[in-house]
Design a protein around this ligand. Structure first.
Ligand code: PAF
Length: 283
């Protein structure tokens, strides 16, 4: 596996692969890799001849600067893990490489209707930061396909919309959420949890699964199901941001006529802001 830090070296390798007729799959990450990330790399491997992973903690998407400085950076261990799966190139740019002109007056990519709801509501500028860095990475890597986790479902839909709206020649694909044995979705932020909180955190998936079970039993009182879920999570020790039953295709408020639903939640437990979501197809 090659490690590349400059855009010039990345483009040279991509060009050489293209000249040999190779296809390219891309997995953007912020590092601190876990089994969920590695599964996305394995999926990427199935989809193209060459796999590129990027590791870059993007300051532009952090609305809270202390969250940015605390974000776990484990580059050596990440590179070690990537050598255990088949990854051809890891791109590890610095902030100066990604933003040589600085970030203050940098061009921003905004994805309307997707950036201001759910996680966008309490994290101003977060999704603009994600859309901007992903657009830059897409332009640098020029992949045929890019794989993102279903765990960040709003982010996945936002990037799909970005690629569609801007006619980007990259197919954006989701990969399934990986879970701990207690059901907690794998996340780099789980390491902020104490042992006790890690056990408590299992409630998030349990509560979402209970909402799904109610929907499957034809309970269509979405508002009541959401409020009950918020109460259960609050009782379990979470400070809840939202629990919402939404239309899966665009995350708009679900009506009784919608059958393809997504149940999404975000909640703080100790120092960790946890998000999770599950699909619920009633058709
Ligand atoms: O999901 C992430 O790790 C990040 O938001 C991404 C897509 C790599 C952009 O920085």
């Amino acid at each position: 596996m090659q490690r590349v830090e400059s855009v010039k070296a990345l483009r040279a390798q991509v060009k050489a692969w293209r000249q040999q007729g190779e296809t390219i799959a891309f997995v953007p990450t912020m590092g601190n890799l876990h089994a969920g990330h590695l599964s996305l790399v394995a999926k990427a491997r199935e989809l193209a001849d060459k796999v590129i992973v990027s590791i870059f903690v993007n300051p532009l998407q952090f609305d809270d600067k202390s969250d940015l400085s605390a974000y776990p950076r484990t580059l050596d261990a990440d590179i070690e893990q990537l050598t255990s799966v088949v990854c051809d190139l890891v791109f590890t740019p610095t902030v100066e490489v990604m933003y040589p002109q600085g970030m203050d007056s940098h061009t921003k990519v905004v994805v309307p209707d997707m950036d201001d709801k759910l996680c966008g509501q309490n994290r101003p500028g977060h999704f603009d930061g994600v859309a901007t860095v992903v657009s830059k990475l897409f332009n640098m890597v020029q992949a045929d396909v890019a794989v993102f986790g279903d765990k960040d479902f709003q982010q996945l839909l936002l990037i799909k919309k970005l690629a569609l709206d801007l006619n980007l020649a990259v197919e954006v694909i989701g990969g399934p959420t990986f879970r701990e044995p207690n059901g907690l979705a794998m996340s780099s932020r789980n390491q902020y949890l104490t042992t006790e909180q890690f056990a408590q955190a299992a409630s998030l998936y349990q509560v979402l699964s209970a909402v799904k079970a109610q929907l499957e039993q034809a309970n269509t009182n979405y508002h009541q199901l959401e409020s009950e879920a918020v109460s259960q999570l609050t009782e379990a020790g979470f400070v809840v941001d939202y629990v919402e039953i939404r239309r899966a295709q665009d995350l708009e408020i679900a009506t009784k006529a919608d059958h393809n639903l997504r149940i999404l939640a975000a909640a703080q437990l100790g120092k960790a802001r946890l998000i999770d979501n599950i699909a619920c197809n009633l058709a």
